[in-house]
Design a protein around this ligand. Structure first.
Ligand SMILES: [Zn+2]
Ligand SMILES: [Zn+2]
Length: 354
């Protein structure tokens, strides 16, 4: 066995969600397909904030968040075939699945019928608790470990495994490529990846819908072809009526979600997919808002291993990179506060320091 230290930064009280304390924890009991990873970096995802602050409900406490993990393989189980000691790898938002149901067997393990196991604030079927990446080490089944291409630097790789995969999966599943026009709502951690992946996949046009025009310049730099500041009012959507092949919404707050206006921008029978998961219900909407162009609304849950490997290859080839600000892991509370304040350009990454 390796001599990894399983300790991490934990929250003990959802009312004190910036008050991280270092704890020792027991990783999942070791199994034959497990890989032990010494963590170097972990991205700070909106999910971390929703979880530690209780926005998505009461978490299991203490909770160690973090699911945009980058590290080095330090130990592999006897049945591991994909990795060897010393490999540079990532772990994302899912750490387990039954790997036996029809969904798992069809590259849909992110929709495992027996419940995907989240990387933190989750329990394995045997009762072991999953702790996340604001820590020194993590143990994971090799299915949920991703090889990092040489071209992608460790410091920026983490956000690909949640933010990147979460937007890549719907773009691919809804057929984005040459000849298509994509709308992206929100220019945060997910949105700034979605713009880049839409272009990397070959979309002709990427229209970024953002509340104000503060991030307009950055959006164009990342590949957006058009920018719509939505706070101006409902009229700004009109030029885009019947224009978009897909909308991926990363909006994380329900209040002010211009749902009817966005749906009106879709071509006939196309879809709006929300990967943002606000704490509150989405605004009420008339069924008639879907009839004008016969559109559909839905969601998406991270992505599969197969998609993750495709995403990493494309990111390496087309230079898709998260824009990150790096802080020591001991400043996790500061990073989460910045996420709460909407004050991140465009992803915090914590550098391991335990
Ligand atoms: Zn995430
Ligand atoms: Zn399954």
């Amino acid at each position: 066995m390796s001599d990894l230290k399983f300790k991490g930064y934990a929250i003990h009280d959802t009312n004190k969600w910036t008050d991280f304390k270092v704890i020792d924890f027991a990783p999942k009991r070791v199994e034959d397909f497990d890989v032990d990873v010494e963590i170097q970096y972990c991205g700070v995802c909106g999910s971390d904030l929703h979880t530690v602050s209780g926005g998505w409900g009461q978490p299991m406490l203490p909770v160690i968040p973090g699911h945009e993990i980058v590290g080095i393989v330090k130990h592999v189980g006897p049945k591991v075939t994909e990795f060897k000691i010393g490999d540079r790898v990532g772990v994302g938002a899912q750490i387990g699945a039954c790997l036996d149901c029809a969904n798992c067997k069809n590259d849909n393990e992110n929709y495992c019928a027996n419940g995907p196991i989240d990387t933190y604030n989750a329990k394995y079927p045997n009762g072991d608790i999953a702790y996340g990446g604001y820590s020194a080490a993590i143990r994971a089944h090799e299915k949920f470990v991703f090889p990092i291409p040489d071209a992608i630097e460790s410091e920026v790789a983490g956000p690909l495994f949640c933010a990147g995969l979460t937007v890549f999966s719907p773009l691919v599943r809804y057929g984005i490529g040459p000849g298509t026009t994509v709308g992206i709502v929100g220019m945060g951690g997910l949105g700034h990846m979605a713009v880049q992946f839409a272009r990397a996949l070959g979309a002709d046009k990427v229209v970024l819908f953002s509340h104000s025009d503060r991030k307009k310049e950055d959006a164009f730099k990342l590949g957006a072809t058009d920018f719509v500041a939505t706070k101006v009012g409902a009229d700004v959507f009109k030029p885009w009526a019947f224009s978009l092949d897909l909308i991926v919404s990363t909006m994380n707050v329900a209040e002010g979600f211009p749902l009817t206006e966005l749906l009106g921008c879709l071509k006939v029978n196309k879809s709006l997919i929300t990967v943002g998961l606000p704490n509150d219900p989405l605004p009420g909407i008339m069924a008639a808002s879907f009839t004008k162009n016969g559109v559909t609304m839905g969601s998406s849950h991270i992505g599969s291993k197969k998609e993750a490997l495709e995403m990493l290859k494309l990111a390496a080839e087309k230079n898709v990179r998260p824009i990150v600000q790096v802080l020591p892991m001991s400043k996790a509370g500061e990073a989460l506060q910045a996420v709460e304040n909407g004050d991140v350009r465009y992803r915090y990454v914590l550098k391991a320091d335990l």
